[in-house]
Structure formats: structure tokens, C-alpha cells
Design a protein around this ligand. Structure first.
Ligand code: BT5
Length: 308
């Protein structure tokens, strides 16, 4: 998508604009405007010519231009039909100094979860990674993972699927606790500073459960086909709002979590911790009451234990 077409779409996102108005704004001829409008139509935008000017009636369901169109959150969109991992591409961008880019793919061939686990990423999902440069210490990075989990849960809830967050980063259906989304945060540090940070988010959107591993579900299976563009917009807007108000992240997470009050077992690098999850503490540690003590867990795989 050319920059000119981006500018035209930005202008039309605010309402109709005439050919001469667009020509003036872009410093191009009216014939060139007409040519670009036609090219946008060819990419799936329904643009009508009204007495007030050109008007976008409908954006395509997905793709780079569709996601950039009408997006309030200040992210630049980079779209790929197929990529190895959006996290790898976002890392390339973030390590070369670029920030606030969202890399989105229709399919990933080497999608990954935490600890190099595989992440199944066929076409129809939402596979995206944010390239960021937050100005806070590395120890606070877990807060952004929680913010991403809350933003993802809120975006999914809008489709009518009831979900909650399992500490720290899984989004599960509330009914059967099947995994519908996961988050992978990666970062680089130097001299106590974050030099790059990537938050990868995978949502099983319009995917048949036959294509997913056991224990997973999709929005298609839970609700039917959904509009991925709307979900991505809500997710990015929510994440942007939360990162600007870090104090709001833990309260928001408490509102959306399935873990607090539950019997859990967390496999930490120092061994398993079993007990009742009682709270979350800055910058994202889980507080667990065991038989002997209150334990603060910073990282690990959490399992919700069924009540006996
Ligand atoms: C996660 O890891 O949940 C993080 C997933 C992050 C994926 C996104 S997609 C965009 C970006 N680019 C990437 O390459 N990654 C990020 P973890 O908690 O380790 O869960 C991984 C486990 O979930 C696997 O071992 C499987 O058991 C299971 N799994 C794999 N694919 C799944 C899927 N599509 N849906 C649900 N569960 C899945």
C-alpha cells in the first residue's frame, strides 16, 4: 500500500471528502485521486461517490490497509500473508530502533510459545506482535504482558465469547477453560534498560478446532465467524490505553482473571508451588498461600487444579 493511499484512507476515515479536496491535501491531480480510489476498491474497500464526496462504506475484513483504516491507537501496521513468526519480525524492527509497529500475519510457519514451544498458526487466526520501546526498567516488563492479556480478553469478550485470563498470559473460555489466546513477551536489556520489547499475541479466531491442539478452542467454534479487524482494533486501543496508565493494569487484570481464589500449581524454575492463588502484586507476581506460607511467584507455568 502506497503512502498516498494511506493518506487517502486516513482522510476518508474522518468522513467523506471530494476529489478536489483530496487532490489539494495530497498535492496530486484529480485524475491521480481517481486512480488511487480505484486501486483501493480493487483491494476490497467499498468506496462510493456521494454528493459530499468519496465515502468508505465498507473496509475489507482483514489485511494491512483494512487494519490501518480507522485505527485510533498510534501503531503503524505491517501485514504479511505468511511469515515465520511475527515476533521475529517485530524484534528485527524493534532492535533497529523502530517502535509502535504492529506486525500482523495471516499465517505463521514457525509460530512459537514460551520456552520455544510450538504455536499452531494457520490462516484465519489473529497473529500479531507489537514492537515497543517502553521507558521503564526490565523488571516492570511483566506488567505489559498482563496489559496485553487484559486487552486481548476485552477484545474477545466483544465478540460475545466469555473469557478470562489465567496467570500470567493465557486467555481461556470461562465455561470450559479452553485456550483461545496466548501471549509471548520477549525483550532485550542493556545496563538496566529495556533496549527492545516485543509482545506477541495469538488469537484463535476463524479457525476450525480440527486445526488446533487438544485443550484449545477458537472464536469460530464458540461463536461463529467474527470480524478480525474489529477485534484487532479493540485490542490495540485497549492495550494503548493501559500502557499509558500503568496503575490501571493490575486492577484491570484482577477484574478479568480466572486464577485468583483458585487452587493452583505453578511449576517455577525452583520447583512446584501448590496452594491458593490469593492476589497479584506489582509488577505481575502471583501470591500463593501454601500450607506453610505466602509465596510470591514471578514466573512459571500455572495449572488450575480442579476442586476435590
Ligand atoms: C503461549 O505460549 O501461549 C504464547 C503464544 C504466543 C503466540 C503468538 S502468535 C504471534 C506471535 N508470534 C509468535 O511466534 N508467537 C506469538 P505457551 O503458554 O508456551 O503455550 C504454548 C502451548 O499452547 C503449546 O505447547 C501447545 O500445547 C498449546 N498451543 C499451541 N498452539 C496453540 C493454539 N493455536 N491455541 C491454543 N493452544 C495452542
Amino acid at each position: 500500500m502506497t503512502d498516498t493511499r494511506h493518506v487517502i484512507l486516513d482522510a476518508l476515515a474522518d468522513g467523506p471528502a471530494t476529489g478536489p479536496e483530496l487532490a489539494d491535501r495530497l498535492n496530486i491531480t484529480r485524475t491521480a485521486v481517481w486512480y488511487h480510489i480505484d486501486a483501493l476498491r480493487a483491494t476490497g474497500f467499498t468506496i462510493t461517490a456521494t454528493p459530499e464526496g468519496y465515502s468508505v462504506e465498507e473496509a475489507p475484513d482483514y489485511g494491512g490497509a483494512a487494519i490501518a483504516y480507522g485505527l485510533d491507537a498510534p501503531f503503524t501496521v505491517e501485514f504479511h500473508d505468511t511469515i515465520g513468526s511475527t515476533n521475529d519480525r517485530a524484534r528485527e524492527l524493534a532492535t533497529t530502533g523502530t517502535s509502535d509497529v504492529v506486525v500482523i500475519a495471516e499465517a505463521q510457519t514457525s509460530g512459537r510459545g514460551r520456552l520455544s514451544r510450538d504455536w499452531t498458526s494457520p490462516p484465519g487466526g489473529i497473529w500479531l506482535s507489537l514492537a515497543l520501546h517502553p521507558a521503564f526498567p526490565p523488571a516492570h516488563a511483566p506488567l505489559l504482558t498482563l496489559a496485553a492479556a487484559v486487552a486481548t480478553a476485552r477484545a474477545i469478550e466483544e465478540t460475545g465469547v466469555s473469557v478470562g485470563v489465567k496467570w500470567p498470559n493465557d486467555v481461556l473460555t470461562t465455561a470450559e477453560e479452553l485456550k483461545v489466546a496466548g501471549i509471548l513477551t520477549e525483550l532485550g536489556t542493556d545496563a538496566g534498560r529495556i533496549t527492545w520489547l516485543v509482545i506477541g499475541i495469538g488469537i484463535n479466531a476463524n479457525i476450525s478446532t480440527d486445526a488446533l491442539p487438544a485443550g484449545a478452542t477458537s472464536l469460530l467454534a464458540e461463536r461463529g465467524e467474527i470480524n478480525r479487524r474489529t477485534v484487532v482494533h479493540r485490542l490495540l486501543n485497549e492495550f494503548d490505553a493501559l500502557r499509558r496508565h500503568p496503575d490501571a493494569i493490575l486492577p484491570a487484570w484482577r477484574e478479568h482473571t480466572l486464577t485468583l481464589g483458585r487452587s493452583v500449581r505453578v511449576d517455577t524454575p525452583d520447583g512446584p508451588v501448590t496452594g491458593t492463588a490469593v492476589d497479584i502484586a506489582h509488577p505481575g507476581s502471583l501470591l500463593i498461600d501454601t500450607d506453610d506460607d505466602r509465596v510470591r511467584v514471578h514466573t512459571g507455568d500455572c495449572e488450575h487444579l480442579r476442586p476435590v
